[in-house]
Design a protein around this ligand. Structure first.
Ligand code: SF4
Ligand code: SF4
Ligand code: SF4
Length: 534
Protein backbone atom coordinates (compact mmCIF):
# COMPACT_ATOMS: atom_id res chain seq x y z
CA UNK A 1 0.00 0.00 0.00
CA UNK A 2 1.18 3.52 -0.77
CA UNK A 3 1.52 5.58 2.39
CA UNK A 4 3.84 8.53 1.90
CA UNK A 5 4.05 8.84 -1.89
CA UNK A 6 0.73 8.53 -3.64
CA UNK A 7 0.26 7.82 -7.35
CA UNK A 8 -2.51 9.37 -9.38
CA UNK A 9 -3.39 6.62 -11.86
CA UNK A 10 -5.50 8.89 -14.08
CA UNK A 11 -2.53 11.20 -14.69
CA UNK A 12 0.11 8.51 -15.17
CA UNK A 13 1.04 8.00 -18.80
CA UNK A 14 3.43 5.08 -18.29
CA UNK A 15 6.50 6.98 -19.46
CA UNK A 16 8.70 5.34 -16.75
CA UNK A 17 10.52 8.60 -16.08
CA UNK A 18 9.93 8.16 -12.34
CA UNK A 19 11.33 4.64 -12.46
CA UNK A 20 14.35 5.72 -14.50
CA UNK A 21 15.11 8.37 -11.88
CA UNK A 22 14.27 6.29 -8.81
CA UNK A 23 17.63 5.36 -7.27
CA UNK A 24 16.28 2.11 -5.83
CA UNK A 25 13.60 1.17 -8.42
CA UNK A 26 10.86 1.00 -5.81
CA UNK A 27 8.00 1.69 -8.20
CA UNK A 28 5.92 -1.11 -9.67
CA UNK A 29 4.04 -1.12 -12.97
CA UNK A 30 1.42 -3.79 -13.38
CA UNK A 31 -2.05 -4.03 -14.95
CA UNK A 32 -1.91 -0.35 -15.92
CA UNK A 33 -1.30 0.70 -12.33
CA UNK A 34 1.87 2.40 -11.13
CA UNK A 35 2.57 2.19 -7.41
CA UNK A 36 5.35 3.17 -5.03
CA UNK A 37 6.42 0.18 -2.94
CA UNK A 38 6.54 1.75 0.49
CA UNK A 39 8.73 -0.92 2.10
CA UNK A 40 11.41 -0.44 -0.60
CA UNK A 41 11.14 3.34 -1.13
CA UNK A 42 13.73 5.57 0.59
CA UNK A 43 11.52 8.70 0.20
CA UNK A 44 14.08 10.75 -1.71
CA UNK A 45 11.22 12.53 -3.52
CA UNK A 46 12.83 12.21 -6.96
CA UNK A 47 9.77 10.61 -8.59
CA UNK A 48 7.62 13.58 -7.53
CA UNK A 49 10.16 16.04 -8.88
CA UNK A 50 10.57 14.41 -12.31
CA UNK A 51 7.05 13.24 -13.17
CA UNK A 52 5.91 15.37 -16.13
CA UNK A 53 2.26 14.52 -15.43
CA UNK A 54 2.08 15.41 -11.72
CA UNK A 55 1.12 11.80 -11.11
CA UNK A 56 3.15 11.40 -7.90
CA UNK A 57 2.51 13.39 -4.73
CA UNK A 58 3.49 12.99 -1.13
CA UNK A 59 1.08 12.76 1.77
CA UNK A 60 -0.35 16.23 2.53
CA UNK A 61 -1.80 16.46 6.03
CA UNK A 62 -1.59 20.18 6.81
CA UNK A 63 -5.25 20.39 7.90
CA UNK A 64 -4.31 18.48 11.06
CA UNK A 65 -2.26 21.46 12.36
CA UNK A 66 -5.51 23.19 13.31
CA UNK A 67 -6.28 20.50 15.93
CA UNK A 68 -3.29 21.64 18.01
CA UNK A 69 -4.28 25.32 18.08
CA UNK A 70 -5.65 26.89 21.24
CA UNK A 71 -3.61 24.77 23.66
CA UNK A 72 0.12 24.54 24.34
CA UNK A 73 2.06 22.48 21.78
CA UNK A 74 5.75 22.17 20.88
CA UNK A 75 7.11 22.91 17.41
CA UNK A 76 10.56 21.91 16.20
CA UNK A 77 11.53 24.13 13.25
CA UNK A 78 14.36 22.73 11.18
CA UNK A 79 17.25 25.16 10.49
CA UNK A 80 16.37 25.59 6.78
CA UNK A 81 13.13 27.26 7.96
CA UNK A 82 15.20 30.46 8.03
CA UNK A 83 16.26 30.11 4.40
CA UNK A 84 12.87 29.03 3.09
CA UNK A 85 10.34 31.60 4.33
CA UNK A 86 10.46 35.23 3.24
CA UNK A 87 9.20 36.24 6.68
CA UNK A 88 10.23 33.38 9.02
CA UNK A 89 9.84 35.47 12.19
CA UNK A 90 6.28 36.50 11.34
CA UNK A 91 5.37 32.85 10.72
CA UNK A 92 6.83 32.04 14.15
CA UNK A 93 4.76 34.85 15.66
CA UNK A 94 1.55 33.47 14.05
CA UNK A 95 2.22 29.96 15.40
CA UNK A 96 3.08 31.27 18.86
CA UNK A 97 -0.19 33.26 18.98
CA UNK A 98 -1.98 29.95 18.43
CA UNK A 99 -0.30 28.17 21.33
CA UNK A 100 3.01 26.93 19.89
CA UNK A 101 6.31 26.87 21.72
CA UNK A 102 8.79 27.23 18.87
CA UNK A 103 12.21 25.70 19.27
CA UNK A 104 15.06 25.14 16.79
CA UNK A 105 15.87 21.58 15.66
CA UNK A 106 19.51 22.75 15.69
CA UNK A 107 19.46 22.10 19.43
CA UNK A 108 19.03 18.40 18.61
CA UNK A 109 21.79 18.74 15.99
CA UNK A 110 24.16 20.10 18.58
CA UNK A 111 23.41 17.19 20.93
CA UNK A 112 23.95 14.74 18.07
CA UNK A 113 27.28 16.33 17.10
CA UNK A 114 28.45 15.92 20.69
CA UNK A 115 27.76 12.18 20.30
CA UNK A 116 29.51 12.05 16.90
CA UNK A 117 32.63 13.49 18.53
CA UNK A 118 32.86 10.40 20.75
CA UNK A 119 33.13 8.05 17.72
CA UNK A 120 36.16 6.79 15.83
CA UNK A 121 36.94 4.84 12.67
CA UNK A 122 34.96 5.53 9.50
CA UNK A 123 31.62 6.97 10.50
CA UNK A 124 28.72 8.26 8.44
CA UNK A 125 26.30 10.91 9.71
CA UNK A 126 22.73 9.72 10.31
CA UNK A 127 20.87 13.02 10.17
CA UNK A 128 19.41 12.28 6.72
CA UNK A 129 16.72 9.56 6.87
CA UNK A 130 17.18 8.76 3.17
CA UNK A 131 20.80 7.77 3.87
CA UNK A 132 19.80 5.57 6.81
CA UNK A 133 17.00 3.95 4.78
CA UNK A 134 19.34 3.37 1.86
CA UNK A 135 21.91 1.60 4.04
CA UNK A 136 19.36 -0.48 5.95
CA UNK A 137 17.41 -1.53 2.85
CA UNK A 138 20.12 -1.82 0.20
CA UNK A 139 23.54 -1.95 1.92
CA UNK A 140 22.88 -3.70 5.26
CA UNK A 141 26.49 -4.98 5.26
CA UNK A 142 27.56 -1.28 5.65
CA UNK A 143 25.46 -0.64 8.76
CA UNK A 144 28.70 -0.79 10.76
CA UNK A 145 29.71 2.57 9.23
CA UNK A 146 26.53 4.40 10.34
CA UNK A 147 27.02 6.52 13.45
CA UNK A 148 24.89 4.80 16.13
CA UNK A 149 23.21 8.07 17.05
CA UNK A 150 19.62 9.28 16.54
CA UNK A 151 18.89 12.11 14.10
CA UNK A 152 18.79 15.77 15.25
CA UNK A 153 14.97 15.84 14.98
CA UNK A 154 14.64 12.81 17.26
CA UNK A 155 17.22 14.18 19.72
CA UNK A 156 15.27 17.45 19.72
CA UNK A 157 11.96 15.67 20.39
CA UNK A 158 13.49 14.00 23.44
CA UNK A 159 15.00 17.28 24.59
CA UNK A 160 11.70 19.17 24.18
CA UNK A 161 9.79 16.62 26.24
CA UNK A 162 12.41 16.75 28.97
CA UNK A 163 12.76 20.56 28.97
CA UNK A 164 9.16 21.76 28.39
CA UNK A 165 7.06 18.78 29.39
CA UNK A 166 4.81 16.30 27.71
CA UNK A 167 2.98 18.45 25.12
CA UNK A 168 1.98 17.48 21.57
CA UNK A 169 4.94 17.67 19.19
CA UNK A 170 4.98 19.07 15.64
CA UNK A 171 7.98 19.05 13.30
CA UNK A 172 8.30 21.44 10.34
CA UNK A 173 11.00 20.88 7.70
CA UNK A 174 11.95 20.58 4.02
CA UNK A 175 12.01 16.79 3.93
CA UNK A 176 9.46 14.16 2.90
CA UNK A 177 11.49 11.31 4.43
CA UNK A 178 11.11 12.86 7.90
CA UNK A 179 7.42 11.95 7.79
CA UNK A 180 8.31 8.29 8.14
CA UNK A 181 11.40 8.72 10.33
CA UNK A 182 9.57 10.83 12.90
CA UNK A 183 6.15 9.20 12.95
CA UNK A 184 6.74 7.65 16.37
CA UNK A 185 8.42 10.67 18.01
CA UNK A 186 6.13 13.46 16.74
CA UNK A 187 2.36 13.88 16.58
CA UNK A 188 2.53 15.68 13.23
CA UNK A 189 5.31 16.12 10.65
CA UNK A 190 4.75 18.88 8.11
CA UNK A 191 6.86 20.18 5.25
CA UNK A 192 7.36 23.88 4.55
CA UNK A 193 5.10 23.46 1.52
CA UNK A 194 2.35 22.13 3.77
CA UNK A 195 2.74 25.00 6.23
CA UNK A 196 2.44 27.46 3.33
CA UNK A 197 -0.68 25.65 2.15
CA UNK A 198 -2.09 25.84 5.67
CA UNK A 199 -1.48 29.61 5.89
CA UNK A 200 -3.14 30.01 2.52
CA UNK A 201 -6.16 27.89 3.48
CA UNK A 202 -6.57 29.88 6.71
CA UNK A 203 -6.24 33.13 4.72
CA UNK A 204 -3.51 34.33 7.08
CA UNK A 205 -1.96 37.68 6.17
CA UNK A 206 1.47 37.19 7.64
CA UNK A 207 2.08 40.96 7.68
CA UNK A 208 -0.56 41.26 10.39
CA UNK A 209 2.07 39.80 12.74
CA UNK A 210 5.18 41.31 14.36
CA UNK A 211 8.49 39.43 14.18
CA UNK A 212 8.96 36.93 16.99
CA UNK A 213 11.72 34.42 17.69
CA UNK A 214 12.30 30.81 18.74
CA UNK A 215 12.28 30.02 22.42
CA UNK A 216 15.41 29.70 24.51
CA UNK A 217 17.66 27.78 24.93
CA UNK A 218 19.52 28.33 21.66
CA UNK A 219 22.08 26.22 19.82
CA UNK A 220 25.68 27.45 19.50
CA UNK A 221 27.09 25.94 16.29
CA UNK A 222 24.55 23.70 14.62
CA UNK A 223 22.37 26.26 12.79
CA UNK A 224 24.37 25.52 9.62
CA UNK A 225 23.52 21.80 9.71
CA UNK A 226 21.32 22.00 6.59
CA UNK A 227 24.05 23.28 4.25
CA UNK A 228 26.92 21.28 2.72
CA UNK A 229 29.64 20.88 5.34
CA UNK A 230 27.35 22.16 8.12
CA UNK A 231 27.69 19.02 10.25
CA UNK A 232 31.45 18.91 9.73
CA UNK A 233 31.74 22.46 11.12
CA UNK A 234 30.48 21.24 14.48
CA UNK A 235 33.04 18.42 14.85
CA UNK A 236 36.24 20.39 15.40
CA UNK A 237 39.41 18.34 15.28
CA UNK A 238 37.94 15.01 16.41
CA UNK A 239 38.54 13.15 13.17
CA UNK A 240 41.62 12.75 11.05
CA UNK A 241 39.59 13.74 7.97
CA UNK A 242 36.04 14.95 7.46
CA UNK A 243 34.29 15.18 4.12
CA UNK A 244 30.80 15.23 2.67
CA UNK A 245 29.05 13.08 0.07
CA UNK A 246 25.80 14.34 -1.45
CA UNK A 247 23.24 12.90 -3.84
CA UNK A 248 21.98 9.31 -3.78
CA UNK A 249 24.11 8.24 -6.74
CA UNK A 250 27.31 9.51 -5.10
CA UNK A 251 26.30 7.91 -1.81
CA UNK A 252 25.80 4.55 -3.55
CA UNK A 253 29.20 4.88 -5.24
CA UNK A 254 30.79 5.69 -1.89
CA UNK A 255 29.12 2.75 -0.14
CA UNK A 256 30.31 0.43 -2.91
CA UNK A 257 33.91 1.41 -2.11
CA UNK A 258 33.93 2.30 1.57
CA UNK A 259 35.46 -1.04 2.54
CA UNK A 260 38.67 -0.03 0.74
CA UNK A 261 39.18 2.96 3.08
CA UNK A 262 40.99 2.70 6.36
CA UNK A 263 41.40 5.42 9.01
CA UNK A 264 39.54 7.79 11.30
CA UNK A 265 37.18 9.64 8.96
CA UNK A 266 33.79 11.27 9.41
CA UNK A 267 31.52 11.42 6.35
CA UNK A 268 28.64 13.90 6.26
CA UNK A 269 26.01 12.42 3.95
CA UNK A 270 22.86 13.94 2.55
CA UNK A 271 20.60 12.69 -0.20
CA UNK A 272 19.96 16.24 -1.38
CA UNK A 273 22.76 17.96 -3.22
CA UNK A 274 23.44 21.15 -1.31
CA UNK A 275 22.05 19.70 1.93
CA UNK A 276 18.59 20.01 3.49
CA UNK A 277 18.17 23.60 2.26
CA UNK A 278 17.60 21.86 -1.11
CA UNK A 279 15.21 19.28 0.39
CA UNK A 280 12.38 17.97 -1.83
CA UNK A 281 9.76 20.16 -0.15
CA UNK A 282 11.88 23.31 -0.18
CA UNK A 283 11.26 26.15 -2.59
CA UNK A 284 12.82 25.96 -6.02
CA UNK A 285 12.38 29.58 -7.09
CA UNK A 286 15.51 30.83 -5.34
CA UNK A 287 19.07 29.62 -5.78
CA UNK A 288 21.11 27.61 -3.32
CA UNK A 289 23.40 30.59 -2.84
CA UNK A 290 20.46 32.83 -2.00
CA UNK A 291 19.23 30.27 0.53
CA UNK A 292 22.65 30.16 2.18
CA UNK A 293 22.76 33.97 2.38
CA UNK A 294 19.22 34.12 3.82
CA UNK A 295 20.08 31.49 6.42
CA UNK A 296 23.16 33.27 7.64
CA UNK A 297 21.42 36.70 7.66
CA UNK A 298 18.28 35.47 9.43
CA UNK A 299 20.00 33.54 12.19
CA UNK A 300 21.92 36.69 13.07
CA UNK A 301 18.57 38.33 13.85
CA UNK A 302 17.75 35.79 16.58
CA UNK A 303 18.54 37.47 19.92
CA UNK A 304 21.20 35.80 22.03
CA UNK A 305 19.94 33.83 24.99
CA UNK A 306 20.50 30.77 27.08
CA UNK A 307 22.60 28.06 25.50
CA UNK A 308 21.98 24.35 26.00
CA UNK A 309 24.07 22.86 28.73
CA UNK A 310 24.36 19.68 30.74
CA UNK A 311 21.73 17.77 28.83
CA UNK A 312 21.57 14.08 29.66
CA UNK A 313 19.61 12.13 27.05
CA UNK A 314 19.81 8.64 25.58
CA UNK A 315 20.63 9.32 21.93
CA UNK A 316 21.86 5.85 20.96
CA UNK A 317 20.44 4.22 17.88
CA UNK A 318 20.55 0.74 16.42
CA UNK A 319 19.99 -0.17 12.81
CA UNK A 320 18.30 -3.15 11.22
CA UNK A 321 18.89 -5.19 8.10
CA UNK A 322 15.74 -4.33 6.08
CA UNK A 323 16.95 -5.66 2.76
CA UNK A 324 14.39 -7.32 0.56
CA UNK A 325 16.25 -10.44 -0.58
CA UNK A 326 15.08 -12.24 -3.70
CA UNK A 327 15.73 -15.92 -4.17
CA UNK A 328 15.18 -16.47 -7.86
CA UNK A 329 17.40 -19.02 -9.50
CA UNK A 330 19.62 -18.19 -12.44
CA UNK A 331 17.42 -20.44 -14.58
CA UNK A 332 14.27 -18.44 -13.68
CA UNK A 333 16.01 -15.18 -14.56
CA UNK A 334 17.29 -16.64 -17.85
CA UNK A 335 13.80 -17.86 -18.71
CA UNK A 336 12.37 -14.35 -18.37
CA UNK A 337 15.26 -12.90 -20.38
CA UNK A 338 14.65 -15.51 -23.09
CA UNK A 339 10.92 -14.77 -23.14
CA UNK A 340 11.60 -11.09 -23.87
CA UNK A 341 13.90 -11.92 -26.75
CA UNK A 342 17.22 -11.70 -24.88
CA UNK A 343 18.34 -15.01 -26.25
CA UNK A 344 22.00 -14.19 -25.78
CA UNK A 345 24.13 -11.52 -24.07
CA UNK A 346 24.35 -9.39 -27.25
CA UNK A 347 20.55 -8.93 -27.19
CA UNK A 348 20.68 -7.46 -23.67
CA UNK A 349 20.88 -3.79 -24.66
CA UNK A 350 20.71 -2.41 -21.10
CA UNK A 351 19.19 0.74 -22.66
CA UNK A 352 17.12 1.76 -19.54
CA UNK A 353 14.06 2.59 -21.68
CA UNK A 354 11.98 0.39 -19.34
CA UNK A 355 13.27 2.30 -16.30
CA UNK A 356 15.72 -0.39 -15.16
CA UNK A 357 19.45 -0.01 -15.60
CA UNK A 358 19.93 -3.52 -16.98
CA UNK A 359 17.83 -6.18 -18.71
CA UNK A 360 18.72 -8.54 -15.89
CA UNK A 361 17.34 -6.15 -13.22
CA UNK A 362 14.20 -5.85 -15.34
CA UNK A 363 13.89 -9.66 -15.56
CA UNK A 364 14.10 -9.95 -11.76
CA UNK A 365 11.45 -7.21 -11.45
CA UNK A 366 9.20 -9.25 -13.77
CA UNK A 367 9.63 -12.26 -11.49
CA UNK A 368 8.78 -10.06 -8.51
CA UNK A 369 5.66 -8.88 -10.38
CA UNK A 370 6.92 -5.28 -10.18
CA UNK A 371 7.32 -4.95 -13.94
CA UNK A 372 5.71 -6.24 -17.11
CA UNK A 373 7.54 -7.83 -20.03
CA UNK A 374 5.96 -5.27 -22.38
CA UNK A 375 7.93 -2.48 -20.67
CA UNK A 376 10.92 -3.60 -22.78
CA UNK A 377 10.71 -1.50 -25.91
CA UNK A 378 12.65 -3.92 -28.15
CA UNK A 379 10.47 -6.82 -27.01
CA UNK A 380 7.39 -4.73 -27.78
CA UNK A 381 8.65 -3.80 -31.27
CA UNK A 382 9.48 -7.45 -31.98
CA UNK A 383 6.06 -8.49 -30.75
CA UNK A 384 4.25 -5.91 -32.87
CA UNK A 385 6.27 -6.77 -35.97
CA UNK A 386 5.68 -10.50 -35.40
CA UNK A 387 1.94 -9.87 -35.26
CA UNK A 388 2.10 -7.66 -38.40
CA UNK A 389 4.14 -10.32 -40.19
CA UNK A 390 1.58 -12.96 -39.31
CA UNK A 391 -1.25 -10.80 -40.60
CA UNK A 392 0.61 -10.15 -43.88
CA UNK A 393 1.49 -13.83 -44.30
CA UNK A 394 -1.96 -15.17 -43.50
CA UNK A 395 -4.18 -12.68 -45.36
CA UNK A 396 -6.03 -14.14 -48.41
CA UNK A 397 -4.91 -11.08 -50.40
CA UNK A 398 -1.81 -11.51 -52.55
CA UNK A 399 1.01 -9.21 -51.42
CA UNK A 400 4.19 -8.57 -53.36
CA UNK A 401 7.07 -6.19 -52.72
CA UNK A 402 9.01 -5.08 -55.76
CA UNK A 403 12.24 -3.10 -55.86
CA UNK A 404 13.90 -2.10 -59.14
CA UNK A 405 11.86 -4.64 -61.13
CA UNK A 406 12.71 -7.52 -58.80
CA UNK A 407 9.97 -9.21 -56.78
CA UNK A 408 11.62 -9.43 -53.35
CA UNK A 409 8.74 -10.74 -51.34
CA UNK A 410 5.55 -12.73 -51.95
CA UNK A 411 3.24 -13.64 -49.08
CA UNK A 412 1.79 -17.14 -48.69
CA UNK A 413 -1.31 -16.44 -50.85
CA UNK A 414 0.84 -14.94 -53.62
CA UNK A 415 3.32 -17.83 -53.49
CA UNK A 416 0.50 -20.40 -53.88
CA UNK A 417 -1.42 -18.53 -56.59
CA UNK A 418 1.59 -17.67 -58.76
CA UNK A 419 3.32 -20.99 -58.25
CA UNK A 420 3.33 -21.67 -62.01
CA UNK A 421 4.62 -18.20 -62.95
CA UNK A 422 8.22 -17.09 -62.69
CA UNK A 423 8.86 -13.77 -60.94
CA UNK A 424 10.07 -12.36 -64.25
CA UNK A 425 6.81 -13.24 -66.05
CA UNK A 426 4.75 -11.99 -63.16
CA UNK A 427 6.55 -8.66 -63.22
CA UNK A 428 5.94 -8.41 -66.99
CA UNK A 429 2.22 -8.68 -66.27
CA UNK A 430 2.19 -6.24 -63.35
CA UNK A 431 4.68 -3.59 -64.34
CA UNK A 432 2.21 -1.37 -66.25
CA UNK A 433 -0.61 -1.70 -63.81
CA UNK A 434 -2.07 1.62 -62.58
CA UNK A 435 -2.65 2.71 -58.98
CA UNK A 436 -5.98 0.83 -58.62
CA UNK A 437 -7.35 -1.21 -61.49
CA UNK A 438 -8.59 -4.66 -62.54
CA UNK A 439 -6.10 -6.99 -64.10
CA UNK A 440 -6.77 -10.31 -65.82
CA UNK A 441 -4.10 -12.96 -65.47
CA UNK A 442 -4.19 -16.34 -67.24
CA UNK A 443 -3.25 -19.09 -64.80
CA UNK A 444 -3.68 -22.84 -65.33
CA UNK A 445 -6.04 -22.41 -68.33
CA UNK A 446 -8.20 -20.07 -66.37
CA UNK A 447 -8.50 -16.31 -66.56
CA UNK A 448 -8.28 -14.94 -63.08
CA UNK A 449 -9.34 -11.38 -62.42
CA UNK A 450 -7.63 -9.30 -59.73
CA UNK A 451 -8.25 -5.87 -58.29
CA UNK A 452 -4.76 -4.43 -57.88
CA UNK A 453 -3.74 -1.72 -55.40
CA UNK A 454 -0.26 -0.31 -55.58
CA UNK A 455 1.70 2.09 -53.35
CA UNK A 456 5.30 3.09 -52.70
CA UNK A 457 7.20 2.37 -49.51
CA UNK A 458 8.92 5.27 -47.70
CA UNK A 459 12.53 6.18 -48.41
CA UNK A 460 12.54 4.56 -51.84
CA UNK A 461 12.35 1.06 -50.36
CA UNK A 462 10.20 -0.34 -53.18
CA UNK A 463 6.58 -0.77 -54.19
CA UNK A 464 3.86 -2.88 -52.67
CA UNK A 465 1.24 -4.63 -54.83
CA UNK A 466 -1.87 -5.96 -53.15
CA UNK A 467 -3.96 -8.18 -55.44
CA UNK A 468 -7.46 -9.21 -54.47
CA UNK A 469 -8.84 -12.17 -56.46
CA UNK A 470 -12.28 -10.99 -57.63
CA UNK A 471 -12.85 -13.73 -60.27
CA UNK A 472 -15.72 -15.35 -58.43
CA UNK A 473 -17.37 -12.03 -57.62
CA UNK A 474 -17.18 -10.88 -61.23
CA UNK A 475 -18.54 -14.23 -62.49
CA UNK A 476 -21.33 -14.00 -59.99
CA UNK A 477 -22.06 -10.47 -61.11
CA UNK A 478 -22.22 -11.67 -64.74
CA UNK A 479 -24.59 -14.48 -63.80
CA UNK A 480 -26.83 -12.06 -61.93
CA UNK A 481 -26.87 -9.75 -64.97
CA UNK A 482 -28.01 -12.60 -67.27
CA UNK A 483 -30.67 -13.72 -64.84
CA UNK A 484 -31.91 -10.15 -64.55
CA UNK A 485 -32.08 -9.80 -68.36
CA UNK A 486 -33.94 -13.09 -68.75
CA UNK A 487 -36.38 -12.18 -66.01
CA UNK A 488 -37.16 -8.84 -67.63
CA UNK A 489 -37.76 -10.53 -70.97
CA UNK A 490 -40.10 -13.06 -69.35
CA UNK A 491 -42.02 -10.35 -67.55
CA UNK A 492 -42.41 -8.41 -70.80
CA UNK A 493 -43.74 -11.50 -72.55
CA UNK A 494 -46.27 -12.24 -69.80
CA UNK A 495 -47.37 -8.62 -69.71
CA UNK A 496 -47.93 -8.50 -73.43
CA UNK A 497 -50.03 -11.65 -73.25
CA UNK A 498 -52.06 -10.20 -70.40
CA UNK A 499 -52.62 -7.02 -72.34
CA UNK A 500 -53.99 -8.91 -75.34
CA UNK A 501 -56.28 -10.94 -73.13
CA UNK A 502 -57.49 -7.82 -71.37
CA UNK A 503 -58.27 -6.16 -74.66
CA UNK A 504 -60.27 -9.18 -75.84
CA UNK A 505 -62.28 -9.33 -72.62
CA UNK A 506 -62.89 -5.61 -72.82
CA UNK A 507 -64.20 -5.78 -76.37
CA UNK A 508 -66.55 -8.72 -75.56
CA UNK A 509 -67.81 -6.91 -72.48
CA UNK A 510 -68.37 -3.72 -74.54
CA UNK A 511 -70.59 -5.55 -77.12
CA UNK A 512 -72.75 -7.23 -74.54
CA UNK A 513 -73.24 -4.00 -72.54
CA UNK A 514 -74.25 -2.06 -75.68
CA UNK A 515 -76.81 -4.79 -76.57
CA UNK A 516 -78.20 -4.83 -73.01
CA UNK A 517 -78.39 -1.03 -73.00
CA UNK A 518 -80.42 -1.00 -76.25
CA UNK A 519 -82.81 -3.67 -74.84
CA UNK A 520 -83.31 -1.65 -71.65
CA UNK A 521 -83.93 1.58 -73.59
CA UNK A 522 -86.52 -0.23 -75.75
CA UNK A 523 -88.20 -1.66 -72.61
CA UNK A 524 -88.27 1.78 -70.90
CA UNK A 525 -89.78 3.42 -73.88
CA UNK A 526 -92.48 0.63 -74.05
CA UNK A 527 -93.28 1.09 -70.38
CA UNK A 528 -93.65 4.85 -70.78
CA UNK A 529 -95.98 4.37 -73.69
CA UNK A 530 -98.02 1.89 -71.63
CA UNK A 531 -98.41 4.47 -68.85
CA UNK A 532 -99.75 7.09 -71.26
CA UNK A 533 -102.66 4.82 -72.23
CA UNK A 534 -103.78 4.04 -68.72
S1 SF4 B 1 6.88 9.75 -14.45
FE1 SF4 B 1 6.03 7.85 -13.62
S2 SF4 B 1 4.15 8.48 -12.56
FE2 SF4 B 1 4.77 10.15 -13.92
S3 SF4 B 1 3.62 9.76 -15.82
FE3 SF4 B 1 5.63 8.83 -16.07
S4 SF4 B 1 5.32 6.71 -15.42
FE4 SF4 B 1 3.59 7.86 -14.63
S1 SF4 C 1 10.61 8.69 -3.39
FE1 SF4 C 1 12.59 8.15 -4.29
S2 SF4 C 1 12.92 6.06 -3.66
FE2 SF4 C 1 10.76 6.46 -3.36
S3 SF4 C 1 9.77 5.80 -5.25
FE3 SF4 C 1 10.18 7.98 -5.45
S4 SF4 C 1 12.15 8.07 -6.48
FE4 SF4 C 1 11.95 5.99 -5.67
S1 SF4 D 1 19.31 15.83 2.75
FE1 SF4 D 1 17.33 15.89 1.80
S2 SF4 D 1 16.44 13.93 2.10
FE2 SF4 D 1 18.16 14.12 3.54
S3 SF4 D 1 17.24 14.92 5.39
FE3 SF4 D 1 17.89 16.64 4.23
S4 SF4 D 1 16.08 17.21 3.07
FE4 SF4 D 1 15.77 15.16 3.79
Amino acid sequence: MEKYIISNQANCKYCYKCLRNCPVKSISFSDNISKVIDSECVLCGKCIEVCPQDAKKYLFEYERLKYFFGKKFLVSVSPSFFSHFDEPFKVISYLKKNGAIISETSIGAELVSNEYKKLSGIKISTACPVVVDLVEKYYPEKIKYLSPVVSPAIAHARFLKQYFGNYPLVFIGPCIAKKRELEEEYDLVLTFEELEKFLESEKVDIFDFEDDFPQEPHPKLARFYPISGGILKTLGETFEQVFNVEGVKNIKDFLDRVDDIDGNYFVEMSACIGGCIEGPASRKDISQLEKRIRLSQNIKKIPEGLAIENVELDLKREFKDKKHYHNYTEQQIQEVLFSIGKTDKSKELNCSACGYDTCREKAIAVLEKKAEKEMCITYLIDKVSTVSNMVVEETPNLILIVKDGNINYKNKAARLTFMSLSNKKLWEILKDVEQSEFKEIALNNKNLKFFVKKFSLPEDSGEVFILTDVTKELEQEERVKIIKKQTIEKIEEVLNKQMLLAQEIASLLGESIAETKSHFTEFKRYMEEENDYL
